[in-house]
Design a protein around this ligand. Structure first.
Ligand SMILES: [Zn+2]
Length: 381
């Protein structure tokens, strides 16, 4: 449980049982519902001791691992002081990049269909592209070796199977080969020609997209962290994975984060505690600018109203619903999707139901994230 001081600054996180006791005695108040955070009424940051606590970050392109750790000194069996690390809180932050990418691919699909279906469309612009003088077209099919025939651009890993347009995924194929292969996996298509298959697969190198994204954002991340005014240190990712292997931990962003920074494994240092469950903070965005929802063909299905708030609720808000009768009778907590009629839809882990706005109580405003839990990966490989 996260704890804030009376003046709203972070203190040492505490056990849920301790938080319950503090709330029951009136020494604390609930500051935030999810993730659960209390604020102490009788302690200022200056009076509390928060030492040896560090936030360790393992940034990735799709997700980031965060580990809040405490460094403690303790006596080893042979009477020497060693520093050990305790993991207090583990958080997995899921980024929104893949979701945005997927939405843009979907939009491109809608637009492409408008062109091919003879509807209102954006005129093609390839007529204004010029080839340099003396350019010769490559002239051999990569699958059967035919030359002097019209060639198509073939996706080694088909677009229908998630293949991309990056050059390493493209080659030239004659029309019959291109059509015969269609969306089949290349391993299947060239199963009877292992030599040719090996040559094609050799072209298909793993994408560098994820590491390129990290290289581009790392400096920016450090700059942003330094803006908080707290001391910031960076540490090479290769040493992190070495630390993790020596500590016998499985691979996950949160366990990597726990292993960031010098552990002093040679001098008796160790990780003596790790969080058994992980907070999952998934970025969901704050709704969409588009005021229409498309159907499966990309045509407008319904018009969304201009305003996002209805009867004081906006989609994504965390609410407590009191349902008087029926299948969902009881008090339930979930995320609301607003309807202009005032009967909003509430999504709970058990399912979705409708409830009138009079029966809803706002617990927390939507902040662009959903919060859940998962168990931490097991030790060792
Ligand atoms: Zn061919």
């Amino acid at each position: 449980m996260f704890v804030l001081s009376r003046d709203g600054l972070p203190l040492m996180p505490c056990h849920p049982a301790r938080a319950r006791a503090l709330l029951a005695r009136g020494r604390a108040a609930v500051a935030r519902h999810t993730p659960f955070t209390i604020r102490l009424k009788d302690r200022r940051r200056a009076d509390a001791e928060v030492s040896g606590v560090e936030l360790r970050i393992d940034p990735g392109s799709r997700g980031t691992g965060l580990a809040l750790t405490e460094t403690r000194s303790r006596m080893s069996p042979d009477g020497e002081a060693v520093t050990v690390r305790r993991g207090l809180v583990a958080i997995e932050l899921r980024h929104r990049g893949p979701q945005i990418h997927q939405a843009m691919v979907r939009r491109a699909g809608y637009r492409r269909r408008r062109r091919s279906a003879g509807l209102r469309y954006r005129p093609p612009r390839f007529t204004n592209r010029v080839r340099r003088p003396g350019w010769l077209a490559p002239s051999r099919c990569a699958y059967c070796g035919a030359s002097g025939v019209p060639l198509n651009i073939d996706h080694i890993r088909a677009r229908a199977r998630g293949g991309t347009d990056r050059p390493a995924n493209l080659l030239l194929a004659c029309v019959p080969c291109n059509q015969a292969k269609a969306a089949r996996p290349v391993e299947d298509f060239l199963a009877h020609r292992p030599g040719r298959l090996a040559a094609v697969l050799d072209r298909l190198r793993p994408s560098l997209g994820d590491s390129a994204a990290m290289n581009a954002t790392r400096a920016r991340l450090i700059l942003g962290l330094e803006g908080t005014g707290l001391p910031v240190r960076s540490w090479p990712a290769s040493l992190t994975s070495a630390n993790r292997t020596s500590a016998g931990l499985a691979k996950s962003h949160t366990l990597d984060a726990l292993c960031v920074g010098p552990l002093g494994l040679g001098e008796g240092g160790a990780i003596v505690r790790r969080a058994t469950s992980v907070y999952v903070f998934a970025a969901t965005g704050r709704g969409s600018y588009a005021r229409t929802t498309p159907d499966r063909y990309g045509f407008p299905r319904l018009l969304r109203p201009r305003q996002k708030r209805h009867q004081g609720f906006a989609s994504g808000d965390l609410v407590r619903a009191t349902v008087r009768k029926g299948r969902w009778a009881g008090v339930r907590t979930g995320r609301v999707s607003v309807r202009s009629t005032g009967r909003h839809s509430v999504a709970t882990p058990l399912g979705r139901f409708n409830a009138a706005h009079e029966n809803l109580l706002l617990l927390q405003r939507a902040d662009g994230f959903t919060y859940s839990w998962r168990g931490e990966s097991e030790c060792g490989e």
